[in-house]
Design a protein around this ligand. Structure first.
Ligand code: PLP
Length: 402
């Protein structure tokens, strides 16, 4: 038989899923695994959203909608963005997609040509480089580890070449939990203007911010960058709707129009029922739900950090990226590499995570999935008692490294 298309070699399963699969298998076998590997909230979505979805089904709203979503939904998103960014967005500048993932894929496909370079700060969310490669372009990584996982605008500028077409910024960040400060965001926007680059700004975790920190939208901070920015957001994380697949892209109308043409030939509209439900969520505000989620995450983070700060490997503390937003802890585990646990050598972060799972019964995601072989990612959006129990197990695991 003929071989598959060459591009299939670029598309490997996300490195975030392997630990999740093994953890679920162990769970089904009756083992109490603490699963820090998920990328979603542990709470159910709100009744407002559920009732609106049921009403949409009963009201026979099961047919195709316009490709980029129902106009009332696009208008509400545009109004919300206009308020947040302090600069007007129209419905023609917003397209609704099957989650942020499709918005990002559309952006890659309509903005990038083969041979283009795209700057991506590292560690990065696993899907960015793959989508760039599927579009035929080349990801160029800028390491943020030496700057405390923060953006160093000078390093980014050094990575710009005549082939650079775009830069991807994700804040609050997955996997680090860092929120880039306003100065850095403005610095990136100005750099993009200077070098005529597109900005893909993924703010999927914009609503999940810890006390004392603030999320900066790049268009709000630098309105002159609006005509070169595609803002990507989603209801997955803020409204506990990961399975419903509603996200959006907001950018210049010619970009959104090109996305409409692409989406019209790929998936057509995102799920109609989910769209009606999200319209209702936006109409009713939904603030109480998000405030409640943030309150719970704050409490869990306090409890989690108390344990993380007491972790050590052979007397040296384990570093943690500043946990400012989203719901991730990113631990620096480089001191474990090359050491032993229970007589077994730990050659790399993948082996470390497998051993943590088999010995401590704790699932975490290896940083290698995010382009960082010196970190591991934990989600603290899990049950309170699991946060404590899982981190205590991890602390004991690290204490036994020699
Ligand atoms: N962008 C980032 C940074 C994410 O972490 C995720 C999900 O994990 C997505 C995009 C995709 O979200 P969605 O479920 O809306 O497709």
């Amino acid at each position: 038989p003929r071989p598959l298309a060459g591009r299939t070699a670029l598309i490997t399963p996300p490195g975030t899923s392997r630990m999740r699969v093994i953890a679920n298998e162990l769970k089904e076998a009756g083992v109490h695994v603490v699963n820090f590997a998920a990328g979603e909230l542990d709470v159910d979505t709100s009744d407002v959203i559920k009732e609106a979805a049921k009403a949409a089904i009963d009201g026979k709203r099961n047919v195709y909608t316009p490709t980029l979503g129902l106009m009332p939904l696009r208008e509400r998103i545009a109004a919300q963005l206009s308020e947040r960014c302090g600069t007007p967005y129209t419905a023609a500048e917003v397209g609704v997609t099957a989650g942020a993932k499709q918005a990002l894929f559309n952006a890659a496909m309509v903005l990038l040509d083969p041979g283009d370079e795209v700057i991506i700060p590292q560690p990065y969310w696993v899907t960015f480089p793959t989508q760039v490669e599927i579009a035929g372009a080349r990801p160029v990584f800028v390491d943020t580890r030496e700057t405390g996982y923060r953006l160093d605008v000078a390093s980014i500028e050094r990575a710009v070449t005549p082939r650079t077409k775009a830069i991807v910024i994700n804040s609050p960040n997955n996997p680090t939990g860092v929120i880039y400060d306003r100065d850095a965001i403005v610095g990136v926007a100005e750099l993009a203007v200077r070098n005529d680059l597109w900005i893909i700004f993924d703010e999927c975790y914009s609503e999940l911010v810890r006390p004392g920190h603030a999320h900066t939208n790049i268009v709000a901070a630098c309105p002159v960058a609006k005509d070169r920015t595609v803002v990507v957001n989603s209801f997955s994380k803020s409204h506990a709707l990961t399975g419903w697949r509603i996200g959006y892209a907001a950018g210049p109308s010619r970009v959104i129009k090109a996305m409409e043409n692409l989406q019209g030939h790929t998936t057509s509209n995102p799920c109609s029922i989910a769209q009606y439900a999200v319209i209702e969520a936006l109409r009713s505000g939904g603030r109480d739900f998000i405030d409640d989620v943030n309150r719970r995450l704050d409490e869990r983070l306090d409890r989690a950090l108390a344990i993380v700060h007491s972790m050590n490997v052979m007397g040296d503390g384990i570093g943690c990226a500043p946990a400012e937003g989203a719901f991730y802890l990113f631990l620096d585990i480089r001191s474990t590499i090359g050491k032993r646990h229970g007589g077994h050598i730990i050659p790399n972060v993948g082996a470390l995570c497998e051993r943590i799972l088999s010995e401590a019964k704790v699932a975490v995601v290896p940083g290698s999935a995010f382009g960082d072989p010196t970190g591991i990612r934990l989600s603290y959006a899990i049950a309170d008692e699991d946060v404590t129990e899982g981190l205590e197990r991890l602390r004991r695991f690290f204490a036994a490294v020699e």
